[in-house]
Design a protein around this ligand. Structure first.
Ligand code: NAD
Ligand code: TYD
Length: 370
């Protein structure tokens, strides 16, 4: 079936993988990648599909209501997968306003434009979807305990195996109370509430997923895994916040994309699904694994001042999406992290263009040719 789908934030890390998957898998869909190209947007991530006939890039700020409403009309948009956001916790601590603007006002702007356009059609919301991509960070933090209930900190062994229940027996479920601690998670929580409100108030066909930390190719090197790989490779210090015993539930970005595909096509309107890889790791475990893989020395580790309000542990219970929609993560952490490290080693030029700022010129070179 033909569909016109806008993917917001498609030049970012996860968005570019979602765009690639949809453009390649659904030639009958017209995919519109809508992105403002902030520092985190990099069109070079999509070089391999930019000439495909079912792909189009539109440079736009999601806060620009009028421009987005016009796009909805011009392109007869019937589906929105909304990933555009300010996504880095450390930046949100320095500049919370930008996070409120993009993540809250931007999401509200998309919702209102979609509502007005879809309600103006004879079929109204029939066959339409507003799919909002969110994070497990909205739920706050879980306690860190070892399986025997011994309080942290305790020793870690830098395992590459998937670990579930290694750091506690409680998990985020879809009904866990929202309790965000950073300006980033507070802004995402607020956007989730607006999406739910549009469903409950206006009958908007929305779906929300809350996913755990992603890793994989094309992640901006301000985030833990690419930052550590890049620094380690270059023999630079590895800044570990606090005691390094913060736990994240890591999911390969391809698994997240497959989950998004599953939820868009099989998810129930109005529902929320948690997405996670059953793969809890302490930050220090990951750093040690990267050091070992690259054949470097642990003396590169530098424990630095902790992030304010730093959440101790995130861990997802993915029972709902696995049992109700049949999605399951395919990657083991062992395979995923090995491939990811290899990708960053083989794509030195991509990394160098980011660290030098050169990637910002890509849009002008590619899309503003005389
Ligand atoms: P990212 O920072 O790599 O990319 C964000 C993209 O959004 C960039 O291309 C940027 O240019 C674009 N953007 C930012 N502000 C915009 C605006 N005002 N208008 C239009 N475009 C704008 O982010 P990511 O890591 O790929 O995350 C994508 C989404 O997934 C976010 O909503 C994030 O909250 C969510 N998420 C991320 C993770 C993770 O581990 N990275 C986990 C769960 C959920
Ligand atoms: P990050 O990749 O920023 O994701 P998030 O904060 O959204 O989980 O950080 C992952 C974890 O790694 C988090 O506990 C903070 C920690 N961290 C460091 O210890 N050092 C670093 O340089 C960075 C970027 C993160």
């Amino acid at each position: 079936m033909k569909r016109n789908i806008v993917i917001t934030g498609g030049a970012g890390f996860i968005g570019s993988h979602v765009v690639r998957l949809f453009v390649n898998k659904y030639p009958e869909y017209h995919i519109i990648n809508l992105d403002k190209l902030t520092y985190a947007g990099n069109l070079a991530n999509l070089k391999d599909i930019e000439d495909k006939p079912n792909y189009e890039f539109v440079k736009m700020d999601i806060c620009d209501f009028d421009a987005f409403y016009k796009l909805m009309q011009d392109k007869q948009v019937d589906g929105i997968i909304h990933l555009a956001a300010e996504s880095h916790v450390d930046r949100s601590i320095k500049d919370p306003f930008t996070f409120a603007r993009t993540n809250v006002i931007g999401t509200l702007s998309l919702l209102q434009a979609a509502k007005l356009y879809w309600e103006s059609l004879p079929e109204k919301y029939e066959g339409k979807r507003f799919y909002h991509i969110s994070t497990d960070e909205v739920y706050g933090a879980l306690e860190l305990t070892d399986p025997e209930g011994v309080p942290a900190p305790f020793s870690t062994k830098a395992s590459s195996e998937n670990q579930h229940e290694a750091y506690g027996k409680d998990f985020f479920v879809e009904t866990t109370k929202y309790n965000p601690h950073s300006p980033y998670s507070a802004s995402k929580a607020s956007s989730d509430h607006f999406v739910r409100a549009f469903h409950d108030t206006y009958g908007m066909p929305t779906i929300v997923t809350n996913c755990s930390n992603n890793y994989g190719p094309y992640q901006f090197p301000e985030k833990l895994i690419p930052l550590m790989i890049n620094n380690c490779k270059n023999g630079k210090q590895l800044p570990v916040y606090g005691d390094g015993m913060q736990i994240r539930d890591w999911l390969h970005v391809s698994d997240h994309c497959n989950a998004i595909d599953t939820v868009l096509h099989k998810g129930v309107i109005g529902e929320i699904y948690n997405i996670g890889g059953n793969n809890e790791k302490a930050n220090i475990e990951i750093v040690k694994l990267i050091i070992k893989t690259l054949g470097k020395d642990e003396s590169l580790i530098k424990y630095v001042k902790d992030r304010p309000g730093h959440d101790r542990r995130y861990a997802i219970d993915n029972t709902k999406i696995t049992t109700q929609l049949g999605w399951a993560p395919k990657y083991t952490f062992e395979q995923g992290i090995a491939e990811t490290i290899q990708w960053y080693l083989e794509n030195e030029e991509w990394m160098n263009k980011i660290t030098s700022g050169d990637y910002m010129k890509y849009y002008d070179n590619m899309y503003k040719k005389a």
